[in-house]
Write a protein of this length. Structure first.
Length: 211
């Protein structure tokens, strides 16, 4: 007899609090559609992923069941507009604002491998589900740097739709693969025609400006 049952999730969220973290991956998601207050928008998105090091409030290591650093991600619109979340977090992380020249183009690959402090919060929605989010990204205090940073765990990785690493793509979850595959940039590349969105892969890949 074939019986289907609900399975228990083994996913362990990063606990709330201030944690030492290292950016290890930036993923180009292409143009994604989102709805806010009933208005649909199509915007170029990117996901930034961090590995988290340290202990929770009870002194327990922030690790997975495999004793590896937990990871957490945040999705951003690829924009350095005045009110963009990406600009806000990068300015806080860098500890300085962008110059006018830097605002002309900042390579997101420059944040890969860079350490920071992240403020993690948990929010319970009306549906009763609890979500873990990054509320702020800040530079690592000098005393923590002086004491020594942990050994990096994850390989530094950049995924760009314009020049995709298919081995890396295959390592993504099915949900993430489908999200990327639904973008017009990915579909255009599959058809070998010119992408139709107004942004550019240079927003992610251009290396003219260091972090």
């Amino acid at each position: 007899m074939l019986i289907a049952r609900a399975s228990e999730s083994t996913f362990k969220p990063v606990p709330p609090g201030m944690h030492l973290a290292r950016c290890y991956r930036v993923i180009d998601l292409g143009t994604q559609e989102s709805t806010y207050l009933g208005n649909a928008k199509r915007q170029h998105k990117a996901m930034i992923q961090w590995e988290v090091h340290g202990e929770d409030e009870h002194g327990n290591p922030i690790t997975t069941d495999r004793n590896e650093p937990m990871s957490i991600s945040k999705t951003y619109t690829v924009s350095l507009g005045e009110n963009s979340a990406l600009k806000r977090d990068l300015v806080s992380w860098r500890g300085k604002d962008f110059t006018d020249d830097e605002l002309k183009g900042f390579a997101l690959k420059n944040i890969i491998g860079v350490w920071c402090m992240i403020s993690v919060v948990q929010t319970t929605r009306d549906n009763g589900k609890t979500y873990t989010n990054i509320a702020a990204v800040m530079p690592v205090p000098a005393n923590i740097k002086k004491a020594g940073l942990p050994e990096p765990h994850n390989e530094a990785q950049l995924f760009s739709i314009s020049n995709p690493d298919m081995e890396l793509f295959e390592s993504f979850s099915k949900f993430l693969q489908e999200k990327i595959a639904a973008s017009p940039e990915w579909q255009a590349r599959q058809k070998q025609i010119k992408p139709i969105y107004s942004g550019s892969a240079e927003d992610i890949e251009d290396d003219k400006i260091p972090f």
